[in-house]
Ligand binder design. Structure first.
Ligand SMILES: *Cc1c(COP(=O)(O)O)cnc(C)c1O
Length: 397
């Protein structure tokens, strides 16, 4: 793909001015609308990555535009010495949607990693003499801050930053490994229902139900990381709801405010009493701006029945991918609008690059997988555009 002038100039400035932790940007984007974004040279792309499962309502959705504008003109931030109606409303909405209900409580931070850090402290508060281990899964991803990194099951990400926060054991993602590891020494088990960064890899059938039984039996907390899977993404409000279980805590972030930074830890039942005054906090966390937008996004997801749209469109999306019949596609995985595509011969990066050349944004979290997580608002037209662009990209290879 040729790089036009404006993008090239910005890319050079990015290379010089931004921390090297960031890779060279694939595009320099200027604006968005619905499932589409435009780059600084005016080219249009179908956005089936949605800022990594973040832009639930797509770009420039009127509900986000109106709520953010109104709240910015009213009250943006006050600190947690003070409450606001927006924050209380959102906590109550999350209690309802997560199923935590009566006895549930919400904590607000500003990102996924912060939600996980709060969950880590919750696990420590469930620790006693002889009960201190936290179990997490190999190849999992829970974020980049030091506590979240300790939970993340990717040694290559951890190695440059050792020593890790102690007390975390990483186990295989099988029911047998869980049964072997879970005993009275475990304070908490932390799991993603579908591992997003690993390439959209679901837990084995029955895993969450077994995890619920075993954690209950041994007094460990079951903490479900729904930062990527949550907020309607998989065709239910939260992925654990497909399994009919209630966790002790759930972490939420990416899709909840369609792009405004906010993260939350919601606790259930007895877990709601573990963190006490002074145990945790955040200056920005739960401010009226972010919570107003999150509340409006959740309301719009309910009003427009996007939970159902995610379920229905997800099936159509996978059928469309399989229908292309490319030998490069080895399988499709996931649930709802969280779709992983297995790509043969470790050519996923090449496929993603060809997609971009055909005006389609998705990503390759590893050499053999594509991740497709479009806005929850996708309809017939966008799916048709996707099919067309994706099949042309595959035909190039
Ligand atoms: C993205 C993600 C995180 C980290 O969220 P940040 O907002 O990037 O800190 C944690 N867990 C899961 C499952 C994620 O997908």
């Amino acid at each position: 793909m040729h790089t036009a002038e404006a993008a090239q100039a910005y890319t050079e400035r990015h290379r010089v001015a931004l921390m090297r932790t960031l890779s060279t940007p694939q595009l320099v984007l200027a604006r968005g609308e619905g499932c589409w974004v435009w780059d600084v040279d005016g080219r249009r792309y179908l956005d089936f990555l949605a800022g990594i499962a973040v832009n639930s309502l797509g770009h420039a959705h009127p509900v986000v535009v109106e709520t953010a504008g109104r709240q910015a003109a009213t009250l943006v931030h006050v600190s947690n010495y003070f409450a606001t109606p927006q924050q209380i409303d959102l906590a109550e909405t999350l209690r309802r949607l997560t199923g935590a209900g009566e006895g549930g409580r919400a904590y607000f931070g500003n990102s996924g990693a912060e939600a996980i850090e709060a969950a880590f402290k919750l696990a420590r508060r469930n620790s006693t003499d002889g009960r201190s281990r936290i179990l997490s899964l190999k190849n999992s991803f829970h974020g980049r801050t030091m506590g979240a990194l300790a939970l993340t099951g990717k040694p290559t990400m951890q190695d440059p930053f050792r020593p890790m926060v102690p007390g975390v054991d990483h186990i295989d993602s099988t029911i047998e490994a869980l049964e072997d590891a879970l005993d009275d020494s475990v304070a908490a088990l932390v799991v993603e229902p579908i591992k997003g960064e690993a390439g959209v890899v679901p837990l084995p059938d029955g895993y969450l139900r077994r995890a619920r039984e075993l954690t209950e039996e041994h007094g460990a907390l079951l903490i479900v990381d729904e930062i990527q899977t949550g907020v309607a993404r998989t065709g239910d409000w939260f992925a654990y709801q497909h399994d009919g279980i209630r966790p002790d805590a759930v972490t939420i972030a990416k899709g909840i405010a369609s792009g405004i930074p906010i993260g939350s830890l919601v606790t259930f039942g007895r877990a709601s009493d573990l963190l006490q005054r002074g145990d945790h906090g955040s200056t920005f966390g739960g401010n009226p701006f972010a919570t107003a937008v999150a509340g409006a996004v959740l309301e719009e997801i309910e009003r427009a029945d996007l939970v159902r749209n995610a379920a229905v469109r997800g099936v159509q999306l996978r059928e469309a991918i399989q229908g292309i019949g490319s030998p490069l596609v080895t399988e499709t995985r996931g649930r709802g609008l969280m779709v992983g595509v297995g790509i043969a011969d470790d050519r996923a990066a090449e496929v993603a690059e060809r997609c971009l050349a055909h005006g389609l944004i998705l990503n390759a979290p590893n050499a053999s997988s594509l991740r497709i997580v479009p806005p929850l608002i996708v309809g017939d037209e966008e799916l048709e555009e996707f099919r067309d662009r994706f099949s042309r990209a595959l035909a190039d290879l």
